[in-house]
Design a protein. Structure first.
Length: 386
């Protein structure tokens, strides 16, 4: 009887600790969809699976409030090192590894845009729009976005070859659509941010996943359209999955990366690690991570043989150079290209954020065959890559 009592006490403590961790880390927002969501229905079929692999970077050379000299050193290192890494790897279409630098307008140094353009001209990636902002109104946000795009366009960034101004977006505070409030302080301020983004040329948001944040949508491992409610925050909490021949109602697309419980990497022996595709010094290469990225099967509903893997990083600071640019990064891409590009079971495509969106739209419109044919399907190439 004493043994049973002890076991019940231990079990109660375990449940209590589990509940504390779940709510402390805001996992209650998305855990139900993770457990029961229809993303779990994906199983590789008889066709080869095309993997669209994109690496998005919350690229902040001034992260940590470093001086201009330190930021210049970081930029110079990227211009030197990234081509060395990228040229080691090719996808099924003959493309080198690609990167998307979401550059923060609020930390703008035009010399840094020039250096990123060196990498873009060589075919190693593209630059998109990143913004940290808070206490804004619709009007002040609109002014910031348009002012930033004006500077970006001066360097042919976010300006297509047919002169269209457009951009992918990452919210620097994770607070898309005024979705984070702490201690009475907001980290955005704009309840109609989705509308403002669309009206200024945004084609899709790439902020999520953000599993520790209250801004995380309840959907995980999903690409979906969010309908803006200008009267309330966090309109992206729910939405309509992108599907073949579906309707989008002209809403903003949210392209999420993987979110999965990794039982092979546990904490305190009992609790799984949460794998969210975040590459940093505390989350170095492990085969189980890459396998989980694939198993989440993020896709356009009804198009099971095209899946999308979006991982992310804050790649500018030195502390993350090893997992993003160093030997650890080489381990990651050695494994990815050896296991998931055999041409029979898996076909790998390195894509930018813009190309990701274009291929998603092609799938939505019922296109088939090689995704490589649709990299410029709706949004043409940016001029700074020509």
């Amino acid at each position: 009887m004493i043994h049973i009592t002890i076991l019940l006490i231990l079990f109660g403590l375990f449940l209590g600790l589990s509940g504390y961790i779940i709510f402390k880390r805001n996992m209650h927002i998305w855990l139900a969809d993770y457990i029961w969501g229809d993303w779990r229905s994906w199983v590789p079929g008889g066709k080869p699976v095309h993997i669209m692999f994109s690496f998005v970077d919350h690229f902040e050379p001034h992260h940590g409030q470093v001086d201009d000299e330190k930021a210049r050193t970081r930029m110079d290192y990227w211009v030197e090192r990234y081509p060395q890494l990228a040229k080691r790897y090719k996808d099924a279409d003959g493309n080198y590894l690609k990167h998307t630098w979401f550059y923060p307008y609020d930390e703008l140094e035009e010399s840094e845009l020039k250096k990123l353009n060196i990498l873009c001209k060589e075919g190693f990636g593209e630059v998109e729009f990143h913004l940290h902002h808070k206490n804004d109104t619709s009007q002040t946000l609109r002014e910031k976005l348009l002012a930033g795009l004006k500077v970006f366009n001066k360097y042919d960034i976010c300006l297509t070859e047919d002169d269209r101004v457009t951009y992918g977006f990452i919210h620097g505070n994770w607070a898309l659509d005024n979705s984070i409030s702490k201690n009475g302080q907001n980290f955005c301020g704009v309840n109609d941010e989705l509308t403002v983004l669309q009206e200024t040329g945004c084609y899709a948001d790439f902020t999520f996943p953000a599993y520790l944040e209250q801004s995380q949508p309840k959907f995980v491992n999903n690409i979906f359209y969010a309908k803006d409610n200008p009267e309330k925050p966090k309109s992206h909490h729910t939405g309509i999955p992108v599907m073949v021949n579906g309707k989008n109602n002209n809403d903003l697309m949210l392209i999420q990366g993987p979110m999965a419980l990794n039982w092979k990497r546990r904490k305190l022996a009992f609790f799984p690690n949460v794998e969210d595709g975040n590459i940093h010094q505390g989350n170095m290469f492990d085969k189980s991570k890459v396998d989980l990225w694939i198993k989440t099967g993020i896709r356009v509903k009804g198009k099971d043989d095209w899946i999308f893997v979006k991982i992310f990083t804050h790649g500018a600071p030195e502390k993350n150079h090893e997992p993003v640019l160093g030997k650890d990064a080489e381990k990651l891409f050695d494994y990815l290209t050896s296991k998931y590009n055999d041409g029979k079971k898996y076909i790998l495509h390195f894509v930018t954020s813009r190309e990701t969106y274009n291929i998603i739209k092609a799938a939505e419109n019922g296109k088939d065959g090689n995704p490589d044919d649709y990299r410029d399907y709706e949004i043409k190439r940016y001029k700074n890559t020509l």
